[in-house]
Design a protein around this ligand. Sequence first.
Ligand SMILES: [Zn+2]
Length: 545
Amino acid sequence: MIRKIIIPVLTVIVCFSAKAQTINTNENPKLVVGIVVDQMRYDYLTRFYNKFGEDGFKRMVNEGFNCKNHHFNYIPTKTGPGHASVFTGTTPKYHGIIANDWYDKYEKKMVYCAEDDSVQSVGTESSDGQMSPRRMQTTTFADENRLFTQNLGKTIGISIKDRGAILPAGHTANAAYWFRGKSEGKFISSTYYMNELPNWVTSFNKSKTVKSYLKDWNTLQNIETYTESGADLNEFEGGFRGKETPTFPYDLKKLSKVNGGFDILKGTPYGNSLVIDFAIAALKGEALGTDNITDVLTVSFSSTDYVGHNFGVNSKEVEDTYIRLDKDLERFFKVLDAEVGKGEYTVFLTADHGAVDVPSYLRKMQIPAGYLNNKETKAKFAAFLMDTFGVDNLIENISNDQIFLNHEAVKATNKTLTEVEAIIVDELINYKNVYKVYAASTIHNSGFNSGMEQLLQKGYSQKRSGDVLIIANPNYISYSKTGSTHGSGFKYDTHVPLLLFGKGIKHGETLQKTVIPDIAPTISALLGISFPNGTTGEPLEFVLD
Ligand SMILES: [Zn+2]
């Protein structure tokens, strides 16, 4: 009699604990939110700190952990590679996203990191939706969470840029959504994820939210108090078509007519507000973080990058964009507190790369800087190749500071590929504003433990990268004389924030060096799941409770 009573009780206990072990435990966050701020230099956090409120960036610093010496550890520091590296815990050498666009040696054409013509657009008649993560070769922590939870933990990726939504969310995402501007102004996706947009997305797109941002962009606070940036009118800024000076206020409704319709919002802080609006709709529409099985929401703010490219690191427009982003973060965290619960979710915030101060401004400050004359260099180089090798088709492509040689033409020179590479390296190092040049054979035949050589190696894919790799002088860019860009291995491009807060995260700060690929294994360790399959970073034990 006694046994008959005990057995069912035991069975219940065993079933309960088996579920708890295989799916999840109450100890894990209900939701992980991975935030990437496109082009956010570390010093934006410190430069604008006194302008921030208590509940945005400062809340992350005051409640969470601040890694103050956090860096990209590879070249090139660009958006596609950046987003892939944050979420895969490795570098282009392993995840294969070597640039935004690169020359594919096998397809013999330029390819885009997220393009996929085998899938169709969802939510637009345009081809802007023909995107997927298929070119990324390793998993993200969100993928590992899907595998671990038997697909019960959801993953949603959101950004203005397609690559900013797709690469973080990974291969197994339930959905990634990105913004289609022009005359449409809505969030779209691809058949990689779904055949039609869910109702909450359709309702969002039908609402007046997007249109409501076609209004004046003026500074949020009195412009006189923006003492952390240069004069509103200066020679280092671009600006919008249809407005004579790059000065506040900007009438976005009027300017949208000559700046690509809804595309103008991408280049204003309202693009970030829109992403938060949509992330909040996703949180509710998908009921994220409402049970004990961890969900993942990735949010990438692209507008910070567009504003930086247009107006430059030191502009009033950049300052206002960060002051407004701080307000948007505050709004987002309050919704997370209400919907998921304070202390029930974990957030990290980082960037996909930094940015250089406008070189023409740096020159005025007597700091070595400038612009590369690619046309002149290419002509000189072509003449050298003809003189030296007697063939005129040795170069197949030059892109992302890499030279792709025509391997058939190399054979016709009666020299080995390694010999040809070495001759080219010896020639190019003498060119104006060239800092370093490496042969691919040097990169994949030796191991570098430090310096630019190591950064280059970690960004180098044997199958996808070129035969000769060039690094320009610090502060030298191929870009317009106004606005900022990025891509190098110098500190202005590699040093970015890493802030973590919420469940499982300690309060503190460190000046110990941490690198981008450490983020994904840290989150994996927090969740007790497998590391992404190409992980090269290490979990940051000191940030975990
Ligand atoms: Zn950029």
